[in-house]
Structure formats: C-alpha cells, structure tokens
Design a protein around this ligand. Structure first.
Ligand code: A3P
Length: 304
C-alpha cells in the first residue's frame, strides 16, 4: 500500500476500534493507543518514511517539554515573529509523525519541515541514518514526567484510566504505558548523543535559562538571529504566552480525544512539582528503580 492509502485505511477503521476492553495494542513490544495508531502506519514510519536533510525533528518521551520545544522551533524558524504560532495549529506547524492524522500532515508538508515524535529510537524512521535531518531530544526529570503524564492521562480519552497515582507509578516504572519505558527511551536515544545532527537538552535547562538554550539551539541549526529576534522567541515561548495561545494549548482538541475539564496540556510548567504529589515512600521506591535501571548510563542529568 502507498502511504496515503495506509493512512486512509487506518482512518476508516479508527472508529470501529474504539471503545474496546483494552485501549492499547502492542507493536514490537511497545504499547500504542488503538485510536489514531496502527501497526501499518508504525511500520511505514519506521521503514519507509523518508527524512529529508532539512527536516528538524523534536523527539521526546511524553510530557517532557514537547510543546515547548515545538513552539520554540517554530518561533526560531520565523525569526521570532509570533504570527505563525498564533495563526496555525501546532499539529500543522509541526506534525507528529506516528499517529495517523499527524502522518497525513507530515506527508503533505512542503519542506523544510518541522516534525515531532515520541517514538523510541528503535521505531524511528530508519532513513535518519542516511540523512542529515536534525534531531532535538528533550528529556525531563522522570518524576515530573510521571506526575504530569498521570494527570493528563486522566483527561485523554484514547488512554486507559490510570487508576490511582500509586497504581500508575507502578505501571510507569514497569514501562507498561504508551511509548514504553521512560528508561529505555532515554537510554536508547542517548546512544546517538555524539552524532553531529543530534542535539540533547533538558526541560530543566530550558527552565533555567531559556535564552541561553535558544542561542545553543540556533547554533546547532546554523540559524543566525539578532538579539531582538531571540528576545521575541523567548517572550513568545514563555509558559503564559503558550498557555494563552489556543493554537498551542490543546484547547481546540476534539471532545472525543480529550476532556478539557479533567486535565490540561499546559498545566503548571514548573520543575519538581512531583514533590507536591509523591509521598516519601513513593519517592524512595522511584529512586531505587531509577538507580537500578540507569546504572549503566555514564552521563549525569540535572535531576540526578
Ligand atoms: P506540567 O504538566 O508539569 O505542567 P509535553 O509537551 O511533552 O506534553 O510536556 C508538557 C509539560 O510541559 C507540561 O508540564 C506543560 O505544562 C509543560 N510546558 C509546556 N510549555 C511550557 C513552557 N513554555 N514553559 C514551561 N513548561 C511548559
């Protein structure tokens, strides 16, 4: 099947597949929601999707600062002018390549493209290895990830009910969640950290010094902006500006996808909010699993 056929076929079966007893299916050992995702599209993205040399791809584990990086890159692309981010939906400016609606947008996107994905490295387009496409990987303190993901999962209708935070913590630590284990995701992507077309940054660094990060990102992209243009990127990528921007804040997502009363895409936007949610016992357990799973990593993160 051609790419467009696969996407169209998937759209036709999307409604039939929902609701079912389990909202997820497993593809190569990784869970994905049945709505909007399919084996065919995931295989297509991995094996046939062509990354182009001028593509810029934001890669994250969910709730690690994806929207923030995507907004920042769109502002950089337009030299700090906020018109684009205020008038075009984020899903069109920077489509997700793995869900069917995103893949549709990616396939009709005239280059140079801004793309985004949560895929673990083993499912990322193989064409990356032959291209000069640039990847920006954003990681975040996994304790903040689990809290943010738990609260959002309650609102996303294509996701399983997460249960209590205590229950969800176990599910998260076992990797039995869409996009798989946080540990495997980060460790897998970090294997590419020395490639010249790979840029690693953390949510915590963005929070600490967004301007400095924008300068580093521009350097990586080979993009020269004036001081004023950088000021505008930083101003328009602030939490409040993004939260107020309906093209970015998720408020236009359909009711069938998200219950806006139960959660928010842009929630608090701070570091270490986990301290307000995890008990000391849960923290201790998390630290224990973290140490065990990350012991073979020879790099330090801001949250270590
Ligand atoms: P919280 O739930 O902790 O507030 P993603 O885009 O990967 O889904 O990540 C969402 C998280 O990033 C949310 O975290 C959201 O509030 C936060 N976020 C989004 N834009 C931000 C910004 N400009 N500044 C700080 N945090 C931001």
């Amino acid at each position: 099947m051609m790419a467009e056929d696969i996407v169209a076929h998937q759209s036709a079966v999307e409604q039939d597949r929902f609701p079912m007893s389990s909202k997820y299916f497993s593809h190569k050992g990784i869970l994905f929601p049945k709505v909007n995702y399919s084996e065919e599209n995931l295989s297509y993205v991995e094996n046939e999707f062509q990354l182009l040399d001028d593509d810029i791809v934001t890669v994250t584990y969910p709730r690690s600062g994806t929207h923030w990086m995507v907004e920042t890159l769109a502002l950089i692309r337009r030299d700090g002018d906020p018109t684009w981010v205020r008038t075009a939906d984020l899903s069109e400016r920077s489509p997700w390549i793995e869900p069917s609606p995103g893949l549709r947008n990616a396939l009709k996107y005239p280059p140079p493209r801004l793309l985004v994905t949560h895929l673990p490295v083993q499912l990322f387009p193989k064409s990356f290895l032959r291209s000069k496409a640039k990847v920006i990987y954003v990681a975040r303190n996994p304790k903040d990830v689990v809290v943010s993901l738990y609260l959002l999962t309650k609102a996303i209708k294509i996701m399983e009910d997460p249960g209590t935070l205590e229950e969800y913590l176990e599910t998260f630590l076992s990797g039995n969640v869409p996009y798989g284990s946080w540990f495997d995701h980060v460790k897998g992507w970090m294997k590419l950290k020395d490639r010249p077309n790979f840029f690693f940054i953390t949510y915590e660094e963005l929070k600490q010094d967004l301007r400095g990060c924008v300068e580093r990102i521009c350097h990586f992209l080979g993009k020269e902006l004036t001081g004023q243009q950088i000021d505008s990127v930083v101003e328009n990528a602030s939490f409040q500006k993004m939260k107020d921007n309906k093209m970015t804040n998720g408020s236009l997502l359909p009711d069938s996808f998200m219950d806006q009363k139960k959660g928010q895409m842009l929630r608090k936007g701070i570091c270490e909010d986990w301290k307000n949610h995890l008990t000391p016992k849960q923290e201790e357990h998390f630290n224990h699993v973290y140490r065990e799973k990350m012991q073979d990593m020879n790099m330090a993160f801001p949250w270590d």
